[in-house]
Write a protein that binds this ligand. Structure first.
Ligand SMILES: Nc1ncnc2c1ncn2[C@@H]1O[C@H](COP(=O)(O)OP(=O)(O)O)[C@@H](O)[C@H]1O
Ligand SMILES: [Mg+2]
Length: 269
């Protein structure tokens, strides 16, 4: 995919020219995928032969106006939503999701993918540490060890002292950090976030991005953040701009190529 600064890339081919630790390897490769909802006169085409890619070692932000298909695309990457039958390539962490059985998909999701949803999906009857331990428990890690690892990562997000409290006693920003700890505790290769800072004030938003920068920016990991929050665009390695079911621009962020004016404004939902 062309990644010269600000080049429109409507369904362009991926390019191989990238200076990166795992040069040439892509965490996500999507080509020509479609997804619609409903049928007949009520049919709504949401993803229109979309092309998208994400590299290992990158924070890729997926931006675009409300309703353009960002959450739909993220759900397909997560394997929780299927694309329409037909053509199109859907490779995640080197696997062709379209050819995978439901069981294999579930196993891969549990082990290799971390999710951070806009609404945190924390279980209110469990302590913060138990919430964070869930991905480990699903993988069969013993309870004691899972809780120890959960406490370690809660410490990294600055919430060690909240480990044994219920999440309902925490502020919104703290709950979001618990959700982030839960998404990272099993060291997934791919982390998917849908609007992780939307509910946060500027200070907590910046804190969370620092956290991502430290924990996630490793050569064998890839982080995708759906956002319309222009306060955090500066933390991206790459910005994929989506409109009406397609990625219309892929912008690599570096000193020579700061964010162009037309992408700087963000989107009001
Ligand atoms: N399960 C669904 N059934 C019907 N329409 C849906 C469904 N999910 C999303 N849509 C529609 O698809 C479009 C894109 O939605 P979405 O991917 O959530 O956009 P975004 O995350 O960019 O705001 C919207 O018009 C939305 O109403
Ligand atoms: Mg959305």
């Amino acid at each position: 995919m062309s990644h010269s600064s600000g080049t429109p890339i409507a369904n362009a081919e991926p390019s191989a020219d990238r200076a990166h630790p795992q040069e040439g390897t892509l965490a996500i490769r999507i080509e020509g995928l479609c997804r619609g909802f409903g049928s007949g006169a009520n049919r709504l085409e949401v993803l229109k032969a979309v092309h998208f890619e994400a590299r290992f070692g990158d924070i890729t932000m997926l931006i675009g106006p409300s309703g353009c298909g960002k959450t739909t695309l993220l759900s397909i990457i997560a394997g929780t939503l299927s694309p329409d039958a037909g053509e199109g390539r859907l490779e995640v962490l080197g696997q062709n999701l379209r050819a995978m059985s439901q069981g294999a998909l579930t196993a891969m999701r549990a082990k290799q993918i971390g999710f951070i949803f806009q609404s945190f999906h924390l279980i209110h009857t469990l302590s913060c540490a138990e919430n964070v331990a869930i991905p480990l428990l699903i993988q069969g890690v013993g309870h004691g060890r899972a809780i120890r690892q959960a406490r370690d990562i809660l410490d990294r997000v600055g919430l060690a002292e909240k480990s044994f409290q219920r999440p309902t006693l925490l502020s919104g920003g703290q709950q979001q950090r618990v959700a982030i700890a839960r998404a990272l505790v099993h060291e997934p290769k791919l982390i998917l976030c849908d609007e992780p800072t939307a509910a946060l004030d500027a200070r907590n938003g910046a804190l969370i991005m620092e956290l991502f920068g430290g924990i996630v920016r490793e050569p064998d990991r890839s982080l995708i953040i759906v956002t319309h929050d222009n306060r955090i665009f500066g933390h991206a390695d790459r910005i994929a701009s989506m409109d009406d079911g397609r990625i219309v621009e892929l912008h690599d962020m570096d000193e020579q190529h700061p964010l162009p004016e037309h992408l700087r404004h963000g989107f009001h939902q």
